[in-house]
Write a protein that binds this ligand. Sequence first.
Ligand SMILES: Cc1cc2nc3c(=O)[nH]c(=O)nc-3n(C[C@H](O)[C@H](O)[C@H](O)COP(=O)(O)O)c2cc1C
Length: 137
Amino acid sequence: MSAGLSDETLRQIVSGSAAFNRRVDVTGALLVDGQRFFQYIEGPPDGLEAVRRRIHDSRSHAAVLPVLDMAISTRAVPYWAMTHIETGQIVVSGLVNARWDEFGHSVPGMDQLVGLLRPHFPRIGTAGARRATAGCT
Ligand SMILES: Cc1cc2nc3c(=O)[nH]c(=O)nc-3n(C[C@H](O)[C@H](O)[C@H](O)COP(=O)(O)O)c2cc1C
């Protein structure tokens, strides 16, 4: 992250990213610790490729370190075309240094990331939402 990057510029990056990602059916999240970005994106292969190309072709990135590229069956963050979450440097370092290969039945880095994002997921089941119940006597 360049020194002096303003909140306003960051907001513009995130809203521009969300607009493009929405068009190509990509969802994801951007964690920001004031020094580095940690980004997770998911979607169809051609959509991801389009986003990767946009990031690769941009002059805004000095160094990109990929940590994960794998097939998934369901989206981990279907809620956001792109959102950004302010976090601490220990959190981003923890993610960068996590295991991103399969370990047993899970990918530890993914579990860590989803655990961090879960408190930010939109609330489901608030007033007005539809409900269903079932019972058996
Ligand atoms: C940390 C970071 C993450 C980004 N993520 C995305 C993204 O998910 N989707 C997207 O379309 N653009 C994303 N962008 C924006 C592009 O990389 C790029 O800035 C944009 O295409 C404008 O090009 P320019 O920087 O050369 O002016 C991101 C930019 C930054 C700095």
